[in-house]
Design a protein around this ligand. Structure first.
Ligand SMILES: C[S@@+](CC[C@H](N)C(=O)[O-])C[C@H]1O[C@@H](n2cnc3c(N)ncnc32)[C@H](O)[C@@H]1O
Length: 230
């Protein structure tokens, strides 16, 4: 896996853009939607402890495409990935983020270090036999009362399926339903799991965002986020 994404160090965004071009949307539209979701979690889920800032971990952060959009969301952001080459680019472009190489079985962080650990479009690249271990590690590094968040492609959305088929690094991807992600979060020791679908409407206008929020319970959006309490 590390070798696969090492080879996309310079061309990751171009590969994503190529796979979604048919939709008329840009990669940036997806990144902004995810950043907004994470910003909302910090505000609505009471993540900020009295006197302390919010420290978050992006597991499988790749080249750090999401990180410029998160500059004012967390007080401290860490990112880790199995792809050393991706992290070289991420560090050069995001000096405010602390990056570490991780292996598939153990994250290089102490227990309970983070208020939030999230993984965006990573689990479908992890072999299914390792899914639970991967999410258990996320649980281990989140403090009690903090949050875990899995953001994934929605396999029920036909446009998502088409994008995955067109994406050169998704050849071995195994997509998982929101129900499966929720069950893995529970088995890993998280509780109060809540899943919402997003990226349904191709517009960033406030009305479209509001309508999308009202329909988030339907498994229609291109992606979903399952959020759970540690
Ligand atoms: C499709 S990219 C997503 C990158 C980033 N999260 C984003 O949303 O732009 C998947 C990333 O997951 C990483 N990855 C795959 N398996 C992993 C694992 N077990 N632990 C950490 N990272 C992993 C890959 O190296 C790759 O950078």
């Amino acid at each position: 896996m590390s070798e696969l994404f090492d080879s996309y160090r310079s061309s990751y965004s171009e590969a994503v853009e190529g796979s979604i071009r048919f939709s008329g949307l840009r990669h940036d539209f997806f990144l902004r939607a995810k950043a907004e979701l994470l910003r909302r979690l910090v505000l609505e889920q009471d993540l900020r402890r009295a006197g302390a800032g919010v420290r978050a971990l992006d597991v499988g952060c790749g080249v750090g495409s999401l990180h410029p959009h998160l500059a004012d969301v967390f007080d401290r952001l860490d990112g880790c990935d199995v792809s050393k080459e991706s992290l070289v680019r991420a560090s050069a472009e995001n000096p405010h983020v602390a990056y570490s190489v991780c292996t598939t079985s153990r994250l290089p962080y102490a227990d309970g270090m983070f208020d939030l650990a999230f993984a965006s479009c990573v689990v479908h690249h992890v072999p299914p036999a390792s899914w639970l271990g991967f999410i258990r590690e996320m649980r281990r590094v989140v403090r009690r009362g903090g949050l875990g968040c899995i953001i994934e492609h929605n396999p029920y959305n036909p446009l998502t399926r088409m994008a995955v088929l067109r994406c050169p690094f998704d050849k071995d991807a195994v997509l998982l339903r929101a129900g499966k992600a929720a069950s893995l979060l529970e088995q890993a020791g998280f509780r109060d799991v809540h899943c919402e679908h997003f990226l349904l409407l191709p517009s960033a206008k406030p009305l479209a965002r509001k309508l999308e929020g009202a329909l988030a319970w339907l498994p229609l959006g291109a992606q979903y986020a399952c959020v759970a309490r540690a």
